[in-house]
Design a protein around this ligand. Structure first.
Ligand code: PXP
Length: 246
């Protein structure tokens, strides 16, 4: 059954809206963990628009479950990861102007750098995942570069309109899973997943970990982080058990 990592970037986004010291993502992480989250995900962006270096340092000290650091392969950020040593790194592409991560990492085009970064992170005992679209070529390149896992981009599924288009996206995720498993990779998934659309993805066997942020933090504003996390875990468990897709 898949487990949930809560991405708490947007707790920091609220803090940064006033350049204040609250809400603290460290408080949020505690609530997520108490509610049963498998892990905490944060994206240390090069522009530090939400999560900052202090957050990552403190979360490394306080997260008792799993700290998953999303990051680009820029040299400055790779050095921080080597120092902080999160449990897991998820490598993502990053562009300054984007609202959120767009597209997956180009593992084919960045193969050399990717292999070097993976080697360096492995030397520090860090699990390495690559966030990619469910394209067999990209999955194979991630495996060849030494990644332990891939996070399949569910953004295409989340924005697909109509049953046929949604079905196509789900089929692509299933094919991606099969290629990844055949290459010995652990399979994660994330991006754009919500309380309304998680069902069919949670019903796909073999997806081990979901990274979900915006939808949980949005609900947490109304019901609290603890309850929002519990509700998402309950849905993942329900659909994993029934295996009911569309
Ligand atoms: N996975 C990755 C690699 C991401 O970059 C993000 C966004 O930060 C997420 C998952 C979570 O996406 P969302 O906020 O849409 O749930």
């Amino acid at each position: 059954m898949a487990v949930l990592n809560v991405n708490i970037d947007h707790v920091a986004t609220i803090r940064q809206a006033r350049l204040a010291d609250e809400p603290d993502p460290v408080w949020a992480a505690v609530q997520c963990e108490l509610a049963g989250a498998n892990g905490i995900t944060v994206h240390l962006r090069e522009d530090r628009r939400h999560i900052n270096d202090r957050d990552v340092r403190l979360l490394k000290e306080t997260v008792a479950s799993k700290l998953n650091l999303e990051m680009s392969m820029s040299e400055q950020i790779v050095r921080i990861a080597e120092q902080v040593r999160p449990d897991q790194v998820t490598l993502v592409p990053e562009r300054r102007q984007e609202l959120t991560t767009e597209g997956g990492l180009d593992c084919v085009g960045t193969k050399r750098r990717l292999a070097e970064v993976v080697r360096r992170l492995h030397r520090k005992g860090i699990i390495v995942s690559a966030f990619i679209v469910a394209d067999p070529e990209q999955i194979v390149a991630a495996a060849d570069a030494g990644c332990d896992a891939v996070e399949l981009h569910t953004g295409g599924y989340a924005t697909a309109k109509g049953q046929k288009a949604i079905r196509r996206q789900l089929d692509a995720l299933v094919r991606g899973r099969d290629v990844a498993v055949s290459k010995g990779l652990v399979v994660h998934a994330g991006h754009g997943l919500t309380y309304r659309n998680i069902g069919p993805v949670a019903a796909i066997d073999g997806l081990c970990e979901f990274n979900i942020g915006h939808s949980i933090v949005a609900r947490a504003v109304i019901v609290g982080m603890y309850q929002a996390t519990r509700e998402m875990i309950a849905l993942i468990e329900k659909y994993s058990r029934t295996g009911k897709a569309l």
